[in-house]
Design a protein around this ligand. Structure first.
Ligand SMILES: NC(=O)c1ccc[n+]([C@@H]2O[C@H](COP(=O)([O-])OP(=O)(O)OC[C@H]3O[C@@H](n4cnc5c(N)ncnc54)[C@H](O)[C@@H]3O)[C@@H](O)[C@H]2O)c1
Length: 307
């Protein structure tokens, strides 16, 4: 199948591209390399260096005629969304509308959209299922939720299908530890450099971490099924940040300690996503945290050796 992937040079996008190609699909990537890396890109994917906000992407759709779009390209930093909500909305909301418009113009059959636990806001109950209210408390949460509404409306008007996947906290191979990347990437890299990472708040905040290979399997599992659904993608296991730090410290046999700082705006105290719906369609996460962390640590150790 001809598949177009936006953000295919990023963490989740590039791992998904690898798996699509392994499964025999013909893959085209659009990425502006704002946070992604050309080195992440599978050699068998066709690459367009382009911004999803640019009207030129319509030409790419015309040339490539994809049947399905995986839409990963986004600004993913919650703190940046607080500092610069216009940039955040431009990338995540207007960028998605531009992609949807090209899909409409070129009769693409389906979009698979990477949404986020951030759309739920402060949980009324845990674990959060897909029926939970959506009242985001960060601009990032708003800019991930709004495209869901556009996708549903485009789908109604122009008759294409969608799967909206709301990921819990992803971690693993190729996650960027620079800037405000995922907490696991930051902890591991700090400890590998014998530096103390920071925890914002007292570390009792909880998250639900899911390993990249499980996310990729979830992404591929909806390629030709689960049309017009919203599905959480998670492990449905809650772990607090202090315990996460101890686990990483233990695997690395490190004696570095953490620095506690004030909690940040837009951060949610507890988040764990119910995964019953996606399990009902046959998806089962295969990685427990320890195994996922061990593979992730090996990856970062090898990169360090190469530098
Ligand atoms: N990482 C997580 O824990 C997580 C959790 C929930 C949802 N998500 C969603 O998954 C998707 C992928 O996230 P990721 O962690 O791989 O992030 P990432 O930053 O590694 O990847 C995003 C990719 O999109 C590209 N990009 C960004 N803006 C673009 C634009 N305007 N035009 C073209 N390309 C652009 C970047 O260069 C990068 O390659 C995002 O939509 C994010 O909101 C991620």
């Amino acid at each position: 199948m001809k598949v177009l992937v936006t953000g295919g040079c990023g963490f989740i996008g590039s791992n998904t591209v690898d798996s699509l190609i392994q499964n025999g699909h013909d893959v085209v990537v659009i990425d502006n390399l704002s946070t992604g890396y050309k080195e992440n890109l599978n050699k068998n994917a066709k690459f367009y260096l382009e911004d999803i906000n640019n009207k030129n992407i319509d030409k790419i759709f015309e040339i490539e005629k994809p049947e399905v779009v995986y839409h990963f390209a986004a600004q993913i930093d919650i703190q940046l969304s607080v500092k610069d909500p216009i940039l955040d909305a431009k990338n995540n909301i207007l960028g998605t509308i531009n992609v949807l418009d090209s899909m409409k113009n070129h009769n693409v059959k389906k979009i698979i959209y990477s949404s986020s636990a951030a759309v739920y806001g402060v949980p009324n109950y845990l674990p959060i299922d897909e029926k939970h209210s959506t009242e985001p408390i960060s601009f990032y949460g708003i800019s991930k939720l709004t495209p869901e509404l556009y996708i549903k409306n485009y789908s109604n008007l122009y008759n294409f299908k969608y799967s909206i996947l709301r990921y819990a906290n992803a971690y693993g191979i190729r996650q960027d530890a620079k800037g405000e990347g995922g907490v696991i990437a930051i902890f591991i890299n700090k400890l590998l450099n014998n530096e103390s990472p920071r925890i914002f708040g007292d570390g009792t905040q909880t998250r639900d971490f899911i390993f990249i290979k499980d996310i990729v399997n979830a992404n591929l599992s909806v390629l030709d099924s689960s049309d017009n659904t919203i599905l959480n993608v998670s492990n449905n296991i809650s772990i607090d940040i202090n315990k996460l730090f101890r686990e990483i410290k233990d695997i690395l046999n490190s004696n570095v300690n953490v620095i506690y700082e004030d909690k940040r705006a837009g951060d949610i105290k507890d988040s764990v996503l119910d995964n019953t719906l996606i399990k009902n369609i046959g998806f089962e996460p295969k990685y427990n945290l320890r195994r996922g962390l061990e593979e992730t640590i090996e990856y970062y150790k090898n990169i360090k050796k190469d530098v």
